[in-house]
Unconditional design. Structure first.
Length: 415
């Protein structure tokens, strides 16, 4: 591939993000033009520029002959942009991935796991044009249970790789050591960031159902319990996922589950917390708080309107569709779990500022007490954060604490 094609494509994208020129689609193939419309591109651009001005563009890497990645540094975040070209040197894919600064570099199965487990990768999805990757890790000799993992909010891969931690990878690797199989899958928003998801069912619930049924078909002859594990917002949807399965699950594991879906006030709290922790970034966080407050007001106006102006409105939080926000507001997670008498295990970090131990966790504890299910348990880990590691311990990479893994394994074995 000619280097000037890459250089021109990169330069045009950066100039467009800086509002210096229009985005040129002349070298895009027909399929990309159809899927990644100008409206969708403007939505992506508006979301990226919320992280401030572009400060630097670097690391132009050739991964394959037709696959290139650049790194863009904004004032408040960093993103990778991946360009993929077809055999005619036409752009066939444009993907934006959050860098999250230092990514875990050790996300590969260690040799001691390869010796005791089989990894099965599959493509899943109801739409064959937009399939996503799943990874099943199965013990070679004895399988005592199967775990289905559902990520939290945002664009996340199957390992839930955020910064220098990857909790789902850690959990899967340690589960298989204890004869528990698992399946993980990429979120649709991670693989196809340009697709607008009208509600959580399109975004993750339907894919979780496909993954859970795939795992069941693979291991149904073993007649073992299947447990659904969800982190943060992903935990809220476990009851809805269970409703759609072709079999009955044996238990739910909820890692740092919010007790409601009040995303506006929750985000404002998080931004205020981060502003206090990072005073040098106070002005940037204050600007974002004002944006969220405005988005909250816009949403209140939309709810009073009879028109469809709120569908994929870029004035709403995270550029979500009005239908998506309505789904969240009408979804009471505790009430959904109350409909089914299946044991749950709620785990909460004491230093979590995303989901609050003195608010959300107390509501879940109250629910468990009223449920009268002897197998349902709540446990607080005072020194752990939202991703269940101790952030006071300075490490190159962070891993889910061993006590959390042990408690999960012990609880599953008692089902």
């Amino acid at each position: 591939m000619k280097s000037e094609i890459i250089e021109n494509q990169v330069l045009n994208l950066i100039q467009w993000l800086r509002n210096e020129t229009e985005l040129s689609l002349t070298n895009w193939n027909i399929k990309l033009k159809k899927n990644l419309t100008l409206d969708k591109l403007e939505t992506i651009k508006k979301e990226l520029l919320k992280f401030g001005k572009i400060q630097d563009v670097s690391n132009i890497n050739e991964l394959e002959n037709s696959n290139f990645t650049i790194q863009i540094k904004f004032e408040l975040s960093e993103y990778f942009v991946n360009f993929r070209f077809d055999h005619q040197n036409k752009l066939k894919g444009l993907f934006f991935f959050p860098n999250n600064y230092e990514l875990r570099e050790d996300i590969k199965l260690p040799s001691n796991i390869i010796d005791i487990a089989e990894e099965i990768t599959s493509k899943i999805g109801s739409n064959k044009e937009f399939l996503i990757d799943s990874s099943m890790l199965i013990p070679l000799h004895k399988t005592s249970a199967m775990m289905v993992m559902v990520q939290g909010s945002g664009a996340l891969d199957k390992n839930e790789n955020v910064g220098n931690c990857a909790p789902f990878f850690d959990i899967a690797v340690n589960l298989v050591k204890n004869n528990i199989a698992s399946i993980r899958f990429d979120k649709r928003t991670w693989v196809y960031p340009f697709l607008n998801m009208k509600d959580p069912e399109e975004e993750i619930i339907n894919d979780a159902v496909l993954a859970a049924n795939l795992a069941y078909d693979q291991l149904k002859k073993n007649d073992i319990p299947v447990v659904l594990l969800g982190h943060s917002q992903g935990a809220l949807f476990l009851a809805k996922i269970a409703e759609k399965l072709k079999y009955t699950v044996s238990g739910f594991i909820l890692l740092a589950p919010p007790a409601d879906n009040d995303i506006h006030n929750r985000l404002i709290y998080q931004l205020n917390y981060l502003s206090g922790k990072n005073p040098e970034l106070h002005d940037i966080y204050l600007k974002k708080i004002k944006e969220v407050t405005l988005a909250k007001r816009n949403w209140e106006k939309c709810k009073k309107s009879d028109s469809n102006i709120c569908d994929f409105d870029d004035n709403l939080i995270f550029n979500k569709a009005g239908e998506y926000l309505k789904y969240l507001e009408s979804y009471d997670p505790i009430e959904e779990f109350n409909k089914i008498n299946i044991p749950i295990f709620v785990l909460q970090g004491g230093k979590d500022y995303n989901v609050l131990p003195n608010k959300d966790f107390l509501k879940w504890k109250n629910y468990v007490l009223k449920s009268n299910n002897r197998k349902s348990v709540c446990k607080l880990y005072p020194h752990l954060n939202h991703f269940f590691y101790n952030e006071d311990e300075v490490k190159s990479f962070n891993y889910v604490e061993s006590i959390v893994i042990k408690d999960i394994v012990d609880w599953v074995e008692c089902l």
